[in-house]
Design a protein around this ligand. Sequence first.
Ligand code: GLY
Ligand code: MN
Ligand code: MN
Length: 393
Amino acid sequence: MRSHSVAHRFKTASDFLYLCGVHVSEACLLIAGSKSYFLSDSIEATALWEDVNILMDDDRLKLAGMELRPFYQLKEIISDHMKEFDRVAFPIGSNEALDRLVLEQVSFTNRSRRRFTSTPLALCDSRMLIGQLRHVKEADEICLMKEAAQRTSRVYRKLFQECLEGRQERDVADFLESEFMKAGMSWTAYETIVGSGDRATTLHARATSRVLRSGEAVLIDAAGEWQGYCADITRVIPVDAVFGKMHRQVYDIVLNAQEQTINAVRPGITLRYLHEMSQELLLEGLSRYRIGGDIKELMPHGTSHWIGMDVHDPSAYVDEAGRPLQLQEGMSFTIEPGLYFREKTSAYYGIGVRIEDDVVVTGEGCEVLSSAPKQLEEIESLRSQLNKNLDRH
Ligand code: GLY
Ligand code: MN
Ligand code: MN
């Protein structure tokens, strides 16, 4: 619940959506070998108050081949099937009632199994198994991810042509969120981040009523969700037509590191390799401009995370032996190096730059799914067109 009697906006659990394709709250999918059951209390109901728990006709088509059962049969179905299997997977710890129900059945089954076999049922977390399935994206998933990234990129392009001076961070967030909705997206992929002035050095700054001033830049990390798939894009925009001299230097360093890291993506390498490469490139850039500082403080986050139905997709980062996972064609992740000057004694204090795009690994390299403007010349040209237009009015 968000408040006493009002719930958060409903978002279907991604693993459930991945396997069923339907948005229905309070339902459960049970897979036992080749049989699948979809359990929900409202399979025969019509909506009086809310319809997020009701199966629509389209949903029923998607669930063809599954048995639709009322929720109260869950225990019975679990207990009927458990003895046929050696392994049970469920999202352990995500729902106390489910934990109790499954563990009760597991211990009951184990007691009777002991008479026939010495091996108890193995328990594992379904999120790990489904995380493996979700890791390599299929062609139709890549299309949806690209659509999320492209629609989000077009909204960024619009924002770049907006007058920002005198507007609040909240206005920027409102603009983006309303444009995401106008672009047909269901909602934001995560809380919109808008950090102006020295707030750009807070990695996930919430949009506040702070007013954007001439001479500043604003860091924006925002994206929409398209048919269950997320984008994740960060850009830094000058409030004026051009960046200030020091902002421009930092932007140049980060953009160069980001572009070269993107160019290095190929199957067989690891995200750790890309992170180390990004850090090296940032260090090189800093020394090129003779800017001092500790890289771990200037860039206190990773360069990449998996992305898909969740903005931080829950697939594993290491293999079973604990080694960083090698990239395979179809894996998708972000590339988001940044530099944040939080040390008050630095001449660059208050500057925060992160540039973030979403990529998917291809046979030889990667495809960049997002295309919001990021070249200095293009950003400044979009910003200066705006200023000319304003002059004319
Ligand atoms: N938008 C959150 C992140 O970049 O991880
Ligand atoms: Mn990200
Ligand atoms: Mn982001």
